[in-house]
Design a protein around this ligand. Structure first.
Ligand SMILES: [Zn+2]
Ligand SMILES: [Zn+2]
Length: 248
């Protein structure tokens, strides 16, 4: 046991560290070019931050969090992603005071208590960007073009961009209801996870990995048919900006 790393973790050995540095340098350079500044938040946070920040009915919060009680009897969670902590830090440190648009990026270890045999690690590495304080569609387009540029810089070709919208608190309930109507006749044939998602978070019926569920979800209504005028306008502007930037 003393000569074995914990389940779901992996050493990065000296002969591979160069690859990691190459990737990390590329990320830092690219984010810098786009005006994103690095933020480093703690590896762990109060559990409530993720419960409220990610959403209590997501897989991450329901079954994948690496949570423990510390010696002061506080519930602590190793960060499963970095958005919630970045927003927490933005508010706590009043980063909004300097600028209307706060552009941040992060890179580091994240933790999820996942089944390692699915090819996933319990400690994994993630980079991401956050643009806070501005709802302009140009910002969405900028983040997407950063992601596309990153893949191109890595030498990947034939990149295909698929775009969707998650709507807003105004139009999402409409879509929720349409989904429930659509799934109502077939929900009994779906897996147990989906049965419990039906009431609590029907949008998640769309990303079940179960073959039978996937099949039943194939002809589900699309959110893009339920967007409110504002979201629809926003969604089309994002596409216009991307087209102008030469991204299909
Ligand atoms: Zn909307
Ligand atoms: Zn399912």
């Amino acid at each position: 046991m003393l000569t074995k790393a914990p389940r779901g973790t992996k050493d990065i050995l000296p002969d591979k560290v160069g690859n990691w540095l190459y990737l990390e340098n590329l990320i830092r350079k690219l984010c810098g070019q786009y005006g994103y500044r690095e933020i480093r938040t703690p590896i762990f946070e109060h559990t409530e931050l993720f419960q409220r920040g990610i959403g209590e009915t997501t897989d991450v919060v329901e079954k994948e969090m690496y949570t423990f009680t510390d010696r002061g009897n506080r519930s602590i969670t190793l960060r499963p992603e970095n958005t919630a902590a970045a927003v927490r830090s933005y508010l706590e440190n009043k980063l909004y005071a300097d600028t209307n648009l706060c552009k941040l990026f992060y890179i580091g270890s994240m933790f999820r208590y996942d089944r390692p045999q699915a090819g996933r690690y319990r400690e994994f590495h993630q980079f991401g960007v956050e643009a806070l304080g501005e709802s302009n569609p140009a910002v969405d387009a900028e983040i997407i073009s950063l992601a596309v540029q990153f893949l191109k810089d890595l030498g990947l070709k034939d990149i295909k961009l698929l775009l969707n919208s998650v709507g807003c608190p105004k139009c999402r309930p409409v879509y929720r209801q349409r989904l429930q109507e659509f799934f109502k006749p077939v929900i009994d044939e779906m897996c147990d996870d989906c049965k419990s998602r039906y009431d609590r978070n029907p949008m998640r019926l769309l990303d079940c990995k179960n073959e039978k569920c996937k099949e039943l979800a194939q002809d589900a209504p699309a959110i893009t048919d339920c967007l409110c005028d504002e979201c629809n306008d926003h969604f089309h502007k994002v596409q216009e900006f991307l087209t102008a930037a030469g991204i299909e």
